[in-house]
Design a protein around this ligand. Structure first.
Ligand SMILES: *Cc1c(COP(=O)(O)O)cnc(C)c1O
Length: 385
């Protein structure tokens, strides 16, 4: 089966995991810190906390930035559910700002319009969570300008974009945002099975994340010395969002391959781009001059109004031929939960809705073979005409 994304695990990964299984620590051993060190070196950035998932990373970020009841958090409808859900976990409210029709990332112009409207109602925005959709950086310069002008926290949901560059920088996320979050789910840039990370340059945020990922428990040399070797203090209500040493071993081993992974993804994208160059019913991914795409997804738009087949049938035809396509994303405001909670309806965020109706994610991953790329592209060209 050729699917839209999948992991690549080699002998070195397996050996790394095996070593942990034969060691004294399956979790909370030495590899957690080692994985954090290698991530902070890769980006680079000052502080990294690895946690149990990308969702946990977003939840802990919400708590570390002190999201409270009645706080308003903004994200775009064109992202994974977790970007929005994390604000609700903290008891805050979520609202959306539509995407730009070229980049499909949250549009800073629409964001400022929204903020001004809210201001008139005496409401302010506490934080904005922006995903670099598919692996293409958002307009971070404008977003960061607005965050300073209006005083909101900026979070880069970096789950798609590990390895992307913006203005020639791989660590752009923290140049502009207060916090960046990663996911190591098997379809993402690198995997640890399940896993995630919070990246920041701010020590206070980092310390709070570390506290909350382990039940709000404090245990350090001073506490042990003053009170006894068994002692710990719970000073906040935290969670078990720990990641295991088994997962960290895999994550670290994968990180060593990231340049190889990125190179292949960019190569696959180039092959698709060339094969679709003459297809007038399909739009290939946008890449800004200021950016290098990480291609977590190879996301195309198909003008279904102008062709004979609809999206549902296209997916069925592909599955018959052993290819599992996917869509990213169903706009979050159209999910039953969000419709019911906030009264959102069709038409509220037209750019995201239009994008959803046309969007298809084609297979892109490290181990995809040349003939498989051609098979997918030829089939697309055969149906999309
Ligand atoms: C994958 C993803 C997440 C969630 O990550 P998990 O590790 O699956 O919890 C959050 N946001 C975005 C944009 C993602 O793609």
């Amino acid at each position: 089966m050729i699917s839209y994304g999948k992991q690549f695990v080699d002998k070195k990964d397996i050996r790394a995991v095996n070593n942990v299984l034969n060691s004294n620590f399956l979790t909370q051993g030495p590899l957690v810190e080692k994985f954090e060190k290698s991530l902070s070196k890769y980006f680079p950035c000052k502080y990294v906390s690895v946690v149990s998932s990308g969702t946990a990373a977003l939840h802990l970020t919400a708590l570390a930035l002190n999201f409270k009841k009645k706080d308003l958090i903004i994200t775009s409808p064109n992202t994974f559910l977790a970007s929005a859900n994390s604000a609700l976990y903290a008891g805050s409210d979520i609202d959306f700002v539509d995407i730009n029709q070229i980049t499909f990332n949250l549009d800073p112009i629409l964001l400022e319009i929204k903020i001004k409207k809210l201001k008139k109602k005496n409401k302010r925005v506490k934080a904005v969570i922006v995903t670099d959709y598919a692996g293409h950086p958002a307009d971070w310069k404008s977003l960061s300008y607005l965050s300073k002008k209006y005083g909101f926290f900026l979070i880069n949901d970096h789950c798609h974009s590990i390895g992307a560059t913006y203005k020639n920088k791989k660590n752009y996320a923290l140049k502009y945002a207060d916090v960046a979050t990663l996911s190591f789910h098997p379809v993402k840039g690198i995997t640890s099975g399940e896993g995630g990370a919070v990246l920041t340059q701010n020590r206070k945020i980092y310390e709070k994340i570390n506290l909350l990922r382990n039940h709000g428990m404090q245990k350090n040399k001073k506490i042990l010395k003053d009170n006894g070797l068994w002692f710990y203090k719970m000073i906040e209500l935290g969670y078990n969002y720990r990641i295991t040493d088994i997962q960290c071993a895999l994550g670290m081993s994968q990180l060593k391959k990231i340049n190889k992974f990125l190179k292949k993804r960019r190569k696959v994208a180039k092959i698709y781009n060339d094969l679709f160059a003459n297809n007038q019913y399909l739009v290939t991914p946008f890449v800004s001059k200021e950016a290098q795409h990480a291609y977590h997804l190879y996301s195309v738009q198909i003008n279904f109004n102008k062709i004979k087949i609809n999206k549902k049938d296209l997916f069925t035809e592909f599955l018959k031929r052993g290819i599992k396509l996917q869509v990213h994303y169903i706009p979050i405001h159209l999910q039953p939960f969000y419709k019911k909670k906030y009264g959102f309806k069709r038409g509220d965020f037209p750019n995201s809705e239009k994008f959803y109706s046309q969007q298809v994610s084609l297979p892109i991953y490290y181990s995809i073979k040349n003939h498989e790329i051609h098979k997918v592209a030829n089939l697309i060209n055969q149906f999309v005409k």
